[in-house]
Every structure is written in C-alpha cells, then in structure tokens.
Design a protein around this ligand. Structure first.
Ligand SMILES: NC(=O)C1=CN([C@@H]2O[C@H](COP(=O)(O)OP(=O)(O)OC[C@H]3O[C@@H](n4cnc5c(N)ncnc54)[C@H](O)[C@@H]3O)[C@@H](O)[C@H]2O)[C@@H](O)CC1
Ligand SMILES: Nc1ncnc2c1ncn2[C@@H]1O[C@H](COP(=O)(O)OP(=O)(O)O)[C@@H](O)[C@H]1O
Ligand SMILES: [K+]
Length: 541
C-alpha cells in the first residue's frame, strides 16, 4: 500500500525530513532532478517550463538548469524577473538558473506564449502546487487556457496548476496534464473530485533515501491499494466445501416499487462467490424476485399497504437472518416505518451486517443531527459495513456537506470514531471510493465513469456481502476485504465498458462480469508482483 497525504501531512513530513538533516532547499534540488528525469523519458529537444511565484516554480527552475545541461533547449516562462520571485528558496534557484544556458521569457503575451508552446515537445507546468488557494489570478488565469487549447504533452509538477491539492476541486481552470510528477507522496486532491480528470498518469518522486523510515512519523490521510496487496483474495476454491461452508448471504431488500434492487444485489452476492444466497423481501414483490432468480430462495416478509416491509417484518427478518454468514440490508427497501424497524433489529444481532442505500437512510432517520451523536444505535460487536454514497453519508452526519474524497473521509471518521469499533467500516462511494476503518483509510482502484449508473451500488453491496460471507477464517483487516470488493466492482466497470461501450453500461451488465473482473484483478496483481509479463495470461504464470 502506498501513502496518500494531505497538504498538512506533507508539510509535517518535510519538517521531519529537515530535522533528520535534509533541508528544504535540498529537497527542492531533488524535486527538480526528479522532474528533469521524468521529462527526459520522452527525449524532448525543446521544453517550455512555466513557473509561478512559489516553490512549485522553484522545482521548475531547478529542472530547467538540469535539462539545459543535457542539451535540451529550454524556455522558462515566468510572471516576473528571477529577482522578483517572492519565495526565497525559489528566488535563489531562479537566479542561479538565470545565469545558465536557458531562455527566460518574462510576462509573455498570449500569442507569444502560444508560439513557444507550439514549438515545444513538452510543457512543464511548475506554476502552482500545494500553496495554491482561492480564485486563480492573472497571469496564470490567462496562461492556463492557452496551454489547454493547444493540447501539448504536459508534465505537471506536484499537482496540475489550478487544482486544489487537498480537495481536488477545480474552481476556475486547471492545467490538463499528461503526467503529474508528485513529490514525496501523492496528495489527496489528485484522487478526489476533478483530480483524476486533470492529473493524467501520476508518478511519485521519493526525493529522500530514507523516506520509508520517516513516512510513518506523520499520519496518512489514506493509502492506495494496489492489486498486489489483494493477492490473498485470489486463491482458488478448495475442493472440500459445500454450498453452506462457502458462505451464505441473506439479502434483505426490495419493495413493490424497487424489486430489481433485491435481484441485482442477490445475484451479485452469488457471483462474488457466496455458496448460498437467499432474499428476504416484502411479500408484495416476492414472486417477481422468485421468477427473476431461479437459483435463489425467496422468503416472504409481511408487507405494508405500499409494498414495503410492514409492522411484522422485523421479527420475521431477524429470525431468517440467524442462519446466515452475512446479511445485506437496504437496496430498494424504502424508508417506511417497517424498514426502520428491520434495520434496528438487524443491528442488534451478532451477524456480520452490510447496510446499503435505504437502510442507511433509515439509520439517518434514527437521530437528529447525525448518528454519531448517538453511537449506541449502531455500535455492535459483529462486523458492520456501511456503504453510503456522498449524499447518504451527508444524511448520516446530520446533513453536513460531503462533496469530495476529503470530506467523505472526514465524515466517515466521525462515524467510526464515535463507534470506536475495529469491526466497523465505511465504504464511502464516489468517483473515487474510500474504504475507511478506525485505523486506516484505503483507496482501492477506482472504476470508470460507466459505473455511475442506477443500480451499480446494489451490485457493489452484493459483491461486498458475498465476499464477507466467504471470510470465515479471515483475520482482517476488514478494510482490505472491502477494498478487494471495491476493486472487483471497478474491474466489472472496465470489463463492461469494453464490451458494451463506455456510455452503454447498465448495472445488470456488471453482475455477469464479476467473474471476469476477479480474473482481471488477479492478473493485475500477478503483473504488479512481476509474475506476469505484459500481455501474458494467468494460466502461463
Ligand atoms: N516545501 C518543501 O520542502 C518542498 C516543496 N516543494 C514544492 O513546493 C510546492 C509548494 O510551494 P509553495 O508553498 O511555495 O506554494 P506554490 O508554489 O504551490 O504556490 C504559492 C504561490 O502561488 C501563488 N498563488 C497562490 N494562490 C494563487 C492564486 N489563486 N492565483 C495565483 N497565484 C496564486 C502565491 O502567491 C504563492 O506565491 C509544492 O507543491 C512542491 O512543488 C518541492 O520543492 C519539494 C520540497
Ligand atoms: N464517476 C465515477 N467514476 C467511477 N465510479 C463511479 C463514478 N460514479 C459512481 N461510481 C461508482 O458507482 C457506484 C454507484 O453507487 P450508488 O450511487 O449507490 O448507485 P445506486 O444507488 O444507483 O446503486 C459506486 O460504487 C461508485 O463508487
Ligand atoms: K504544478
């Protein structure tokens, strides 16, 4: 797993490194060397380096010097003369580079800038880094659209300029990078909100030899999960099993209005590997589910007048749930009174429980001002996995806004710390999904935007429940198991997009591709571990 840091954590890390004897000035030299080495990978003969007023620009000035020494023609485009640069470290390296064989262009017109970029093989964007905040000001608000319009190959330094390194939000405009060379550790904003759209491929410069020894001296906002970290989940099925010992899931879902949600979640749980999956749904939709899923037993639960769980549902659901290795509750249930009752009954049981969709909205209705105010309502000894998207997460914390990865992680932590249980996980879904536990927050590989389709979350909930059900002897952490499920879901998105076309994927497509997705994830893990060469098949390993 690879750490992802907040801007504050990066600053603290730089302080730790400085205490260990490597100054910030030296770090800037290493950052510039890293940028130059990344730039040289494309063998450019002409490079334009756009620099700003701060230390991000400093990295660019150092890279300019190195590239010029390698016989690359370098044009540095600066808003001011080197002597007028405000950040002292950056001013120092700018003055030094000014005395070398580089062409410095101060305050060019739009046309001049366009011409320079048109002649270059590569543009290095060292305008703004972690120090950027507020509204983009001139001249950068003028430079950035000129760059983007010409669509050159762009290497951004640390973060694409214009992107908030913490939130990933682009308020006004942002450099569209081909690649981003980030320093010490990726910043959270590269994975949040608009980050993935603008950052391109992300490469990380370690800069400091003993980075592994000091990086744990600061907290990590999150950790990226690579397929290789999930290798233990790709074991083949043992011979000596039966359908129950493989793991069983009770899917408590559906209503007269939303029978499909129950069908999709149940089928996904089975495709994810559970040996026995049953559905407990309101009697109003039971026959529909029976007809759609011949392999799945359906337990009739008393309905209310609208076809949702009724007053007698809690007892019937909890009795049925006793026999299962995992219960998934929520897809399509509505928030009728009987549903709220069912959710509260299941929370009191000691079976591993996944709460999704309307089960989360039922939970939010329990309390005023956020469920973290009354953690006794959801604190339990058995595993509890909540799978909210941003709106559901916001409801759970009393309607405080959840808009991006950073705020989703913060909201998840509020829920987790209030409960204080190692067996509770929040899978905060979004374009990038965070899997948060009390100890750590994981970022599994995100899927394609094709996953933004109705019912896709029901499929993920099924994959999570199916995976939990199989984890009889699993020693944890639950974060990793949920990260595995999210990764498989992401791969279903890629597999479906390549089969049906990016815009044509619908949630039911994802379900039948769960097996393919597991194979793709396993291949990717073996590839990361160096067991598979590019293009070879799993069977050859
Ligand atoms: N501090 C360190 O130890 C290291 C820092 N490094 C680099 O330093 C960067 C951070 O440097 P700084 O903290 O100087 O900040 P930046 O260089 O990212 O930006 C600060 C500058 O941008 C200007 N600015 C801020 N908001 C603006 C806006 N809305 N419109 C126009 N201009 C705006 C400010 O006037 C300020 O001069 C990192 O991203 C990284 O690239 C690296 O050199 C590695 C070591
Ligand atoms: N832009 C996106 N890129 C990648 N994945 C996405 C994107 N938008 C949504 N997703 C994923 O799709 C799923 C949607 O879940 P959810 O919002 O609960 O859908 P539904 O309620 O319709 O089932 C989540 O797993 C989420 O992470
Ligand atoms: K930048």
């Amino acid at each position: 797993m690879r750490p992802v840091l907040s801007c504050d954590e990066v600053r603290r890390l730089e302080d730790v490194i400085e205490k260990e004897g490597t100054s910030k000035a030296e770090l800037m030299e290493f950052a510039g060397e890293f940028v130059a080495s990344e730039a040289l990978k494309g063998n450019p003969s002409r490079v334009v380096i756009l620099v700003g007023f701060g230390n991000n620009g400093g990295d660019g000035w150092v890279a300019a010097d190195i590239l010029a020494q390698k016989d690359v023609h370098v044009d540095v485009v600066s808003p001011v003369e080197p002597d007028e640069i405000s950040a002292p470290l950056a001013r120092h390296v700018a003055r030094r580079t000014a005395g070398r064989d580089v062409n410095i262009v101060v305050g060019p017109s739009k046309d001049e800038l366009g011409e320079l970029i048109g002649e270059a093989d590569l543009v290095i964007d060292a305008i703004l880094g972690t120090g950027f905040h507020g509204e983009l000001r001139p001249p950068f608000s003028i430079w950035i659209p000129v760059v983007n319009e010409l669509e050159p190959t762009v290497l951004s330094v640390d973060v694409p300029s214009g992107l908030d390194a913490q939130t990933g939000v682009v308020e006004h405009d942002c450099i569209r990078a081909t690649r981003t060379a980030t320093m010490l550790a990726p910043k959270l904003g590269l994975y949040s909100a608009d980050g993935p759209e603008y950052a391109g491929e992300i490469v990380c410069g370690r800069l400091y030899d003993q980075l592994d020894e000091v990086i744990d001296d600061v907290e990590h906002e999150a950790e990226i999960v690579d397929s290789a970290d999930l290798i233990d989940f790709f074991e083949p099925l043992p011979m000596n099993i039966n359908k129950y010992s493989r793991g069983s899931v009770l899917v408590v879902a559906g209503s007269a209005t939303y029978p499909g949600a129950a069908m999709m979640a149940a089928k996904a749980a089975a495709r994810a590997g559970a040996g026995y999956v049953a559905v407990a749904c309101p009697s109003a939709c039971a026959n529909l589910v029976r007809m759609a899923l011949p392999s799945v037993p359906v337990i009739d639960i008393p309905s209310d007048s609208r076809g949702a769980f009724g007053a007698a549902a809690r007892k019937a659901v909890c009795k049925a749930a006793e026999k299962f290795s995992c219960v998934l509750c929520g897809p399509g249930i509505t928030t009728a009174a009987g549903c709220i009752d069912v959710v509260s009954g299941l929370l009191k049981m000691d079976v591993p429980l996944v709460l999704d969709a309307d089960a989360l909205n039922c939970l939010a209705k329990y309390s005023i001002g956020g469920i973290d105010k009354t953690p006794e309502l959801y604190r339990r000894d058995a595993p509890l996995i909540l799978t909210p998207h941003h709106k559901e997460l916001s409801r759970l914390i009393g309607d405080d806004p959840v808009a991006d990865l950073g705020t989703a992680i913060e909201a998840s932590r509020r829920l987790l710390w209030a409960a204080g249980s190692e067996d509770m996980i929040v899978v905060a879904k979004g374009p990038s999904t965070a899997v948060a536990g009390v100890e750590k927050v994981l970022l599994p590989m995100a899927g394609p935007a094709s996953l933004a389709t109705a019912g896709s979350g029901d499929v993920l909930a099924g994959i999570i429940a199916g995976s939990v059900a199989q984890a009889h002897n699993y020693a944890g952490p639950w974060e990793l198991l949920c990260a595995y499920a999210v990764t498989v879901h992401s791969f279903t998105g890629f597999a479906a997009a390549s089969r049906f076309g990016e815009k044509s994927v619908i949630a039911t497509d994802l379900i039948d591709l769960i097996g393919d997705a597991m194979e793709l994830a396993a291949e990717s893990a073996l590839h990361d571990l160096g067991v598979l060469d590019e293009g070879s098949q799993v069977e050859e390993a």
